[in-house]
Structures are given as structure tokens and as C-alpha cells.
Design a protein around this ligand. Structure first.
Ligand code: NAD
Ligand code: IPM
Ligand code: MN
Length: 359
């Protein structure tokens, strides 16, 4: 029996609802594949603010560092939106990413044939889309110094963030991107704003330099504004995309909609020699929280990514992915992916059919 210690961070909003379903799925798959999960739950985001006064405690960081993998749902909500920056749920999320040095965020956007009608784009445009966004996650404008709201000598306030990347930060994410592309269609598109930003020029120069080491990967470059347009115009032109923290945040939400719903998209955040963290691309969806309406599949598929990329249990990962496809084949749909004639289910019910299909 392989044993793993997993830290669960359910967080806020729909987080606990989708985590609940996912833990049951993991336990069912564990039984079949002879894997034992030792789960411990820790606080993050608004839940941590309410219990401990801060969005990320040293105990949570400690617990995550000691585990084999971390599974996060989502953080945030209206209740905490007006707190000072250092006390906001989002700061807790950035804090755990930094503490675990999770510099590489893999966000796949694959269109499932079953969901082609759920996309807001035409069938011909999205059919066959299979994109991997490699987003830099612990640098760029999210973390650059100086940052803050400062008051100048004239008394006027000035908000500042700094988009900065060092060569070593660029090189390590570039390497992950080239290696990811190598295992896919071997086409890597680096997205930047090198026509305006110096930080992007350095980014581009380093990508070009590293491409010498990967002659089998075709490297292209695209400005981020054009990339946003091309993603909705002709998404099939993309295989692997590599980009900085902010551009990756925005483009991965856009890519999510190609596949029908952000409620379907998982992600893996990986670092060096630390446990990986696995989380859906979406947030805490406060508009539907507590109503049993959330789509748990992005969370369930994040657990599959955990098995594949974090724990090296590909067989168990495949079992989960196949169960998700089967449930969709059987016509079960939460509200976000609903289509005519499908069977409407809530979050818990979706979990139940997943378990039935697994057994
Ligand atoms: P969101 O992703 O939470 O929601 C956007 C829209 O998508 C909403 O209409 C929501 O109902 C819907 N949606 C999202 N996930 C869904 C699911 N699983 N099933 C069905 N529908 C789903 O983004 P937002 O509204 O901009 O942000 C809400 C809060 O979440 C904010 O506090 C934000 O900071 C936070 N957030 C957290 C994360 C994270 O924890 N990784 C990511 C994004 C946003
Ligand atoms: C995401 C989210 C986060 C981000 C926020 C909540 C800090 O939007 O994971 O995509 O911007 O990285
Ligand atoms: Mn985001």
C-alpha cells in the first residue's frame, strides 16, 4: 500500500462543498488502487481570518510543508473584500504559493466532446482544442517591489506595483515550459508585451536563448493583447503557452471558457523539492456558495492532477478522469454546463454519480 499525507485547504465559498465531493472520490479510488490517503485539513483565506485573524497562519504553512501534496479549493468572498491588503484572503493564497515556491502553474484547457455545446464559441472553433498554459506563479507584478499605496509630498496618493523578473526566475519557468511542450505537440508560444515592457524584452531574450537547448520545440512569440484575441478567434493554433503571472491569470480564464465552463478546469502548481499544490482555476464563486449548485469537476480533476504530477500515481489519476468523462457521457450536468435534454444535478448529486461510476 502506498501512503500519502495530503493537506486539504477547503477555504471559502463553494470551497468546502467541492472539497467534500473530491475527498470521497479520492477515497474510493484509493481503495481500488491500494493507496491510503491520510488527510489533514488546514485553514486558509477567509476561514483563517475568521478563526485566527490572518489569512495564512504559520501552522498551515508548516502542515503543508510536511505533507506529500496540498489540495486547495478556493478562497475569497464579499465579507473580506474591504480588509487591508495584508489581511485579505487572496494574500493568504499568494503566501502559500510563495512559501511552497510554486513557481510553475500548469493550467490545461482541453475541450471535451461531451461539452462542446456548453462553450459560448462555435463548435468548429473549439472542437479539438487542447492547450496547456504554463503560468509563472511566484514573481512578476504580483510580487515585485516596490508595491503599495504611497502619499507623495503634494499629498496625492499613488498606487504602485512593479512588474519585475530576474533571469533565474525566467529561466526556471522557461525550462518547465520547454519540457512540457516537448511532451505535447512541441509548439511553445511565449506571450509577452515586449513591444512596450522592458521586463518582457528580457523574458523574450531568455526564451530565445533557451530554445537553443530544445531544437525539437518550435518557439514563437505573441503579444498578450493579440493572444487574448487569438484565443477566441482560433484557439486550435495553440499547443503550449508560457507567460508571466498576470498575463497567465487572465489568459487562463479566457482559455477556460473555450472548454465550456471555468467549473471544469483544474491546475497544478509545482515548485522545486516542495510538495505541489493542486487547485481549480476558478474562485470561491460567492454568488452560488451554500446552494449546492457548484460544479465539483474542476476540483475532482485537480485531485487527478495531484495523483499524476504530485504523487506519481498515473493509474489512479486516469481512473478519476475516466469517471468524469463517463458521468458526462451519462448526461449529468451542473448548472454551469447545462444543455438541453441533460440531467440537472447539484454538487452533491454529481459527487454521488461519480462514486457510482467508480464502483
Ligand atoms: P469565480 O471564479 O469565483 O467566479 C466567476 C463566475 O464563475 C461566477 O459566476 C461563479 O458562480 C462561476 N463559477 C466559478 N466556479 C464555478 C464552479 N465550480 N461551478 C459553477 N460555477 C462556477 O471568480 P470571481 O467571482 O471573480 O471571484 C470570487 C472570489 O474568488 C474573489 O474573492 C476572488 O478573489 C476569489 N478567487 C479565488 C481563486 C482561488 O482561490 N484560486 C481564484 C479566482 C478568484
Ligand atoms: C487564480 C486567482 C488568484 C490569482 C487570486 C485569487 C489571487 O485569480 O488563482 O487564478 O490571481 O492568481
Ligand atoms: Mn484567476
Amino acid at each position: 500500500t502506498n501512503q500519502y499525507s495530503i493537506t486539504l485547504l477547503p477555504g471559502d465559498g463553494i470551497g468546502p462543498e467541492i472539497m467534500d465531493v473530491t475527498v470521497k472520490v479520492l477515497e474510493a479510488v484509493g481503495k481500488q488502487c491500494d493507496i491510503k490517503f491520510n488527510f489533514q485539513t488546514a485553514l486558509i483565506g477567509g476561514a483563517a481570518i475568521d478563526a485566527k485573524g490572518v489569512p495564512l497562519t504559520p501552522e498551515t504553512v508548516e502542515t503543508c510543508l510536511k505533507s506529500d501534496s496540498v489540495l486547495l479549493a478556493a478562497i475569497g468572498g464579499y465579507k473580506w473584500d474591504n480588509l487591508p491588503r495584508e489581511l485579505r484572503p487572496e494574500t493568504g493564497l499568494l503566501g502559500i504559493r510563495a512559501a511552497l515556491e510554486l513557481f510553475a502553474n500548469l493550467r490545461p484547457a482541453t475541450i471535451l466532446p461531451q461539452l462542446i455545446d456548453a462553450s459560448s464559441l462555435k463548435k468548429e472553433v473549439v472542437e479539438g482544442v487542447d492547450i496547456m498554459v504554463v503560468r509563472e506563479l511566484t514573481g512578476g507584478i504580483y510580487f515585485g517591489q516596490p508595491k503599495g499605496i504611497f502619499t507623495s509630498e503634494t499629498g496625492e496618493q499613488r498606487g504602485v506595483n512593479t512588474m519585475a523578473y530576474t533571469v533565474s526566475e525566467i529561466d526556471r519557468i522557461a525550462r518547465v515550459a520547454f519540457e512540457t511542450a516537448q511532451k505535447r505537440q512541441k509548439r511553445l508560444c511565449s506571450v509577452d508585451k515586449a513591444n512596450v515592457l522592458d521586463v518582457s524584452q528580457l523574458w523574450r531574450d531568455r526564451l530565445i536563448k533557451m530554445s537553443e537547448e530544445y531544437p525539437d520545440v518550435e518557439l514563437t512569440h505573441m503579444y498578450v493583447d493579440n493572444a487574448a484575441m487569438q484565443l477566441v478567434r482560433n484557439p486550435k493554433q495553440f499547443d503550449t503557452i508560457v507567460t508571466g503571472n498576470l498575463f497567465g491569470d487572465i489568459l487562463s480564464d479566457a482559455a477556460a471558457m473555450l472548454t465550456g465552463s471555468i467549473g471544469m478546469l483544474p491546475s497544478a502548481s509545482l515548485g522545486a523539492n516542495r510538495p505541489g499544490l493542486f487547485e481549480p482555476v476558478h474562485g470561491s464563486a460567492p454568488d452560488i456558495a451554500g446552494q449546492d449548485k457548484a460544479n465539483p469537476l474542476a476540483q475532482v480533476l485537480s485531485a487527478a492532477m495531484m495523483l499524476r504530477y504530485g504523487l506519481n500515481e498515473p493509474e489512479a489519476a486516469t481512473k478519476i478522469e475516466e469517471a468524469v468523462l463517463k458521468v458526462l457521457d451519462l448526461g449529468y450536468r451542473t448548472g454551469d454546463i447545462m444543455s438541453e435534454g441533460a440531467k440537472a444535478v447539484g454538487c452533491q448529486e454529481m459527487g454521488k454519480v461519480l462514486l457510482q461510476v467508480l464502483e
